[in-house]
Design a protein around this ligand. Structure first.
Ligand SMILES: O=C(O)c1ccccc1NCC(=O)[C@H](O)[C@H](O)COP(=O)(O)O
Length: 204
């Protein structure tokens, strides 16, 4: 089970997530977000991130511009939230090969992995980064393949049941491992990673 901890700005929290076994960490650069990282903060997180995938997370930013920013800063992955076309993904992937599509069934009820040319699909709640759980029973997982990531309202208490119910390739969390909006809680990060690792997948 691939585990991504998102919305990191403090390098100490990034180091902690990696030490706890995270596979990926995400840095949000979206000025209206409580987790918006400055260029300095993003660089500090990247400086400690060895052995994990690093994702730049943006919302409704021009795809090629976001891809240039991701490569300039040294991220491995660009995670695009918003409405992007096949051409947008192609343009971004000419600049950074690993581009993930984050969307929700509210925006895209007929979700199909890879249909816009993304490397990986992240199925999120309707409002990214809101921490609001959503109705997982409304998700048809048959078109999602095996590499997709589940996100939206996950936390240490509910992640195992969410994995069991939907059998994703990985999980992504932000609000559920915070003590206040934008403030990561090291204990909850450890609990989340441990709970995700122990979950049993029943659907494949
Ligand atoms: O975190 C944000 O504020 C944010 C803003 C704009 C686009 C994406 C954002 N976050 C993405 C994520 O943290 C996760 O990929 C996902 O939405 C899960 O968030 P949460 O429900 O808080 O666990």
């Amino acid at each position: 089970m691939y585990v991504k901890i998102c919305g990191l700005r403090d390098p100490a929290h990034a180091e902690h997530a990696i030490a706890c076994g995270a596979d990926a960490i995400g840095v949000v650069m979206s000025p209206r977000s409580s987790r918006h990282a400055t260029l300095t903060e993003a660089a500090a997180v990247l400086a400690v991130a060895s052995g994990v995938d690093t994702a730049l997370v943006v919302n409704r930013m021009d795809a090629a511009e976001a891809a240039r920013l991701a490569t300039e800063l040294g991220f491995d992955v660009l995670q695009l939230h918003g409405t992007y076309t096949v051409a947008d993904f192609a343009a971004a992937r000419r600049i950074i090969p690993r581009v993930w599509r984050a969307t929700s069934i509210a925006d895209d009820p007929e979700l199909r992995a890879g249909e816009r040319g993304e490397e990986r699909l992240l199925v999120d709640g309707a409002i990214p980064g809101s921490g609001k759980p959503w109705d997982l029973t409304s998700l048809d997982t048959h078109r999602l393949g095996t590499e997709w990531l589940l996100a939206g309202g996950l936390d240490p208490e509910n992640v195992a049941a969410a994995i069991t119910a939907t059998a994703p390739g990985g999980v992504d969390v932000s609000s559920g491992v915070e003590s206040a909006p934008g403030v990561k809680d090291p204990e909850r990060i450890a609990q989340f990673i441990s709970a995700a690792r122990q979950a049993h997948i029943t659907i494949q």
